[in-house]
Design a protein around this ligand. Structure first.
Ligand SMILES: Cc1cc2nc3c(=O)[nH]c(=O)nc-3n(C[C@H](O)[C@H](O)[C@H](O)COP(=O)(O)OP(=O)(O)OC[C@H]3O[C@@H](n4cnc5c(N)ncnc54)[C@H](O)[C@@H]3O)c2cc1C
Length: 377
């Protein structure tokens, strides 16, 4: 761990173990957005964690952000997803955004998110069907049906994809302020898990934005999505799954240790079957974590297998989280069906990762192509 990671985690810890943990069941029950988590990140000076120092940020790496997301996910999946999407957006701003936008993030005034997925191209986020047209007065007009935008009603602005101005087969990325005329957010989020993450459809009808809000070159959206967003998102989404596995295992181990079979004078953990399940789940969680750490080591030293690891890490962690949290449910028996135990929350929160783009199925296709020496697209 670098000094910057240690510093970030040390500032986060009182909030993670405190208010974020305390509010997790409430957020799950009420599906309310975790404003307290955004406030905590602001107070800990972590919203600008990866924003360059010349704009007042901490200049941390995406690895630092992934560690922060993983720690939060141990307590509250919703909060971790909000942080994950913020850092994914902040990474784009750090690479392509204005000094002003980055300074807002550094001051904790700007919560970011991605508005990539669309009703038309669904999880194939790299192929937007929404449009951007040149308009008078150096503006651009956007029309879109975005299908899922985390923090939709709470983000200050969206990192937005569209077809390029000149070529429908290419894409361009924009900064779109929330509240812009012509933008509409469809109600709240009522999902199986990550219940407070406010991941809601957002549509744009004739939304006029300054042409200067373009992030990267026109037609360069694919490179921004694949070069900047994908590595960051893969690591941080995997971090969510790894943190969720940690939280679920912690809950299950504590339950089987504390719960007694009085007629046998034994605790549940004295049943070899349950210990075996827990052992297998722990091995699976640790294996996913080891791959995650190795991916960061590969990316940090420009190892030749970096891209392969980046493609693998999200699928490995997402799929492991499905298995591990299901095993934790089983180990806790009927008690896990009660919300007070909290294991069911990790199980439900873990379902999202594998269907978040790039989905596990798409990643298997990419990894398969990569190891067979084929082009991904
Ligand atoms: C909680 C949550 C938060 C989200 N937040 C955001 C956000 O902030 N910003 C954002 O842009 N998006 C966000 N998304 C959207 C997400 O990234 C995916 O785009 C979305 O989950 C895909 O759902 P879909 O119904 O459109 O899937 P579909 O694309 O309809 O896929 C259906 C099934 O087909 C499979 N499939 C699709 N293509 C292929 C293929 N080529 N090969 C093999 N199998 C394939 C998929 O794996 C899936 O199982 C979020 C999603 C969730 C669940």
């Amino acid at each position: 761990m670098t000094d910057s990671v240690q510093g970030a985690l040390a500032r986060l810890e009182p909030f993670a173990a405190g208010v974020i943990a305390q509010q997790a069941n409430n957020i799950d029950g009420s599906a309310v957005f975790p404003t307290h988590t955004v406030n905590a990140l602001r107070q800990a000076n972590l919203l600008g964690l990866i924003t360059p120092t010349e704009h007042g940020g901490l200049g941390g790496t995406i690895f630092d952000a992934a560690r922060v997301v993983e720690r939060i996910a141990q307590e509250c999946g919703t909060s971790a997803m909000v942080a994950c999407m913020h850092y994914a957006g902040a990474a784009v701003l750090a690479a392509y955004g204005s000094a002003e936008a980055n300074a807002e993030v550094a001051r904790g005034e700007h919560l970011s998110t991605l508005a990539f997925s669309e009703s038309g191209s669904r999880s194939h986020f790299w192929a937007p069907v929404s449009t951007a047209k040149r308009s008078e007065g150096d503006t651009v007009t956007l029309d879109a049906r975005k299908s899922w935008v985390t923090s939709a009603s709470h983000a200050h602005a969206y990192i937005w994809s569209s077809q390029s101005l000149d070529d429908p087969a290419a894409s361009t990325i924009w900064l779109v302020q929330r509240g812009q005329e012509g933008l509409s957010i469809a109600g709240g989020f009522d999902g199986l898990g990550l219940r407070g993450n406010d991941s809601t459809p957002v549509s744009a009808e004739g939304v006029r934005i300054p042409a200067a809000n373009q992030l990267g070159p026109d037609g360069g959206g694919f490179d921004v999505m694949m070069g900047t967003v994908l590595p960051a998102f893969q690591l941080m989404n995997a971090a969510c799954s790894i943190g969720l596995m940690e939280g679920a295992l912690r809950g299950a181990i504590s339950h089987v240790s504390a719960t007694r079979l009085e007629h046998m004078g034994a605790s549940l953990r004295e049943l070899p079957t349950l210990r075996s399940y827990l052992a297998q789940a722990h091995i699976q969680a640790d294996s996913a974590r080891a791959l995650w750490l190795d991916t960061m080591a590969a990316a940090g030293s420009n190892r030749p297998d970096t891209m392969l690891r980046i493609l693998q890490v999200k699928a490995a962690a997402n799929e492991a989280a499905l298995d591990v949290t299901a095993t934790c449910m089983r180990v806790c028996g009927g008690a896990a069906y009660r919300k007070d135990l909290g294991v069911d929350r990790y199980f439900r929160d873990a379902q999202a990762g594998a269907v978040m783009a790039p989905t596990s199925d798409v990643l298997y296709d990419f990894v398969g192509k990569a190891i067979c020496g084929m082009e991904l697209f």
